[in-house]
Design a protein around this ligand. Structure first.
Ligand code: KG4
Ligand code: ZN
Length: 335
């Protein structure tokens, strides 16, 4: 079998990440430099700070990755980069860096959609089996899609307002938990009991999601408790919130499994790191004999290995990007 090595670059948000991925599945090296501790001071990602830090770190991350794999840029078959969606300034650092490398070293450039990257993160450890349903749950997206084959996406539904990760982060803020709130809310929820009453998701028959109502209910509840001078039991509220947030996901997945006969449910995006989500999805999928695949933690959140995994299809099909390609902050998965 031939060895195709792709150098992949991911800078769409607050992680500067570079990987070398062989044949789309074998991660030869991965370096992810996270800016979380810097942004945590401001309670969220500051775009200007993020792009500046990417610019400062990207060559360091590249050199570290090449060293780990004991390879040179000359050994690469292509350069892949996330070109959207994400923060424009952050994306531009990665895109311009990738273009420069592709131009100087005369390598094909592969432009990867960040969301497709999250889906293909699952191909690194567990081969994608079609047809499948894929659930993208991140800080910016909540989408349910059907895939009949590689790179063939049919959008079934998406969030009409906030993304699920965003709702975790906003509830965290209300509870005074530092950014990014998702993992901490999950930890608190484990120690709590579901004792606060929050409105359950409505079964509207579509595959769309909505999280702003749940977020407002949490906010109203906290304000009301404060007004009455009652202390909020953070663990319990985290538990009640998480239960409702994830029951909405399970409701829609269950509905989709009734309509589509699929081999796998492929979960993607930062929220797929959530253990409770995994347990609940497994329960739903067991009824339909459908396998649930979720990447390991390092491939769940933003990383360049997933970009290398998604780029392999583009390389095989010679879907090369021009050197004048632009970064796109808004980008649909079906484009
Ligand atoms: O995919 P990702 O790393 O970045 C985006 O492309 O958005 O996802 C980040 C999101 C954040 O909202 C974060 O709070 C959430 O994923 N997240 C979690 C967990 N780990 C990360 N949410 C719930 N439970 C977790 N364990
Ligand atoms: Zn992401």
């Amino acid at each position: 079998m031939s060895s195709i090595k792709i150098l992949a670059i991911e800078t769409s948000c607050d992680e500067t990440s570079i990987a070398i991925v062989e044949n789309g599945t074998n991660v030869l090296a991965l370096t992810t430099n996270t800016q979380i501790s810097t942004h945590a001071k401001y309670g969220g990602v500051v775009p200007e700070v993020a792009s500046r830090m990417h610019a400062e770190n990207i060559t360091i991350v590249l050199n570290e990755t090449l060293e780990k794999a004991d390879l040179k840029i000359e050994d690469m078959d292509a350069i892949a980069v996330t070109y959207g969606p994400g923060l424009l300034g952050s994306l531009l650092v990665g895109v311009n860096f990738a273009k420069t490398l592709a131009y100087i070293y005369k390598k094909p450039l592969l432009a990867v959609n960040h969301l497709i990257g999250h889906i293909y993160a699952n191909n690194i450890e567990n081969k994608l089996e079609f047809p499948l349903l894929t659930l993208i749950v991140s800080g910016g997206h909540t989408e349910l899609l059907y895939m009949s084959e590689d790179y063939n996406f049919k959008l079934l539904g998406e969030t009409l307002d906030d993304a699920i990760g965003e709702s975790y982060d906003k509830v965290a803020k209300v509870l005074g938990v530092p950014y990014p709130g998702g993992p901490i809310i999950e930890k608190l929820a484990k120690q709590g009991i579901d004792s606060y009453k929050l409105p359950l998701p409505v079964n509207d028959g579509t595959y769309n999601f909505s999280y702003s109502g749940l977020k407002s209910s949490v906010l109203n509840l906290v304000n009301k408790e404060k007004m009455h001078g009652r202390e909020i039991r953070k663990e319990d509220l985290a538990c009640s919130f998480q239960k409702v947030a994830i029951s909405e996901i399970c409701l829609k997945v269950n509905q989709a499994l009734q309509e589509y006969n699929v081999k796998q449910l492929v979960v993607a995006g930062g929220v797929s790191a959530n253990q409770y989500l995994k347990e609940e999805l497994v329960k739903v999928c067991q009824q339909y004999n459908t396998e649930v695949t979720i990447p390991s933690l390092i491939y769940c959140t933003d990383n360049a290995a997933m970009i290398g995994a998604a780029a392999y299809y583009l390389y095989q099909n010679k879907i090369y990007a021009n050197l004048d390609i632009d970064a796109c902050s808004y980008l649909n998965i079906c484009e």
